[in-house]
Design a protein around this ligand. Sequence first.
Ligand SMILES: [Zn+2]
Length: 151
Amino acid sequence: MNKTQLQVEAIHNGTVIDHIPAGQGIRILQLFGLAENRERITVGLNLPSKALGAKDIIKVENVRLSPAQANQLALFAPDATVNLIEDFEVVEKLQLHLPEKIKGVFACPNGNCISRREPVSSQFRVRAVSGQVHFRCCYCEKSFHQDFMAV
Ligand SMILES: [Zn+2]
């Protein structure tokens, strides 16, 4: 076990989400309502990472992230790793798949966008650029960084 792993204690059963870009950890907790259940959660923020410079890590006891949640997670942390833990061992690694398009999840941040005034579902093309996710609105063609997307 290396030093970085030792900075956050091991969990018995549950889910470890690692390699989250620094700053997205808190958002991900909110996205999945992880802080609202009563399970023990260990969060490491701004940990040193060779690949990312700094990273966040989340460990949740007794919660298994579903494949659908893993794909939602990809919208905020496309390079994150999700390990399911049983008895202190990794029993499964969930693969994250960034969808090409997302519909009806976020409203377009552009107040002048036609999708905000017409009864249509928002629709974005999704692209990952060096660990960050960009969304391009299919109606107004404007691009937005993940931080503009309110959950
Ligand atoms: Zn738009």
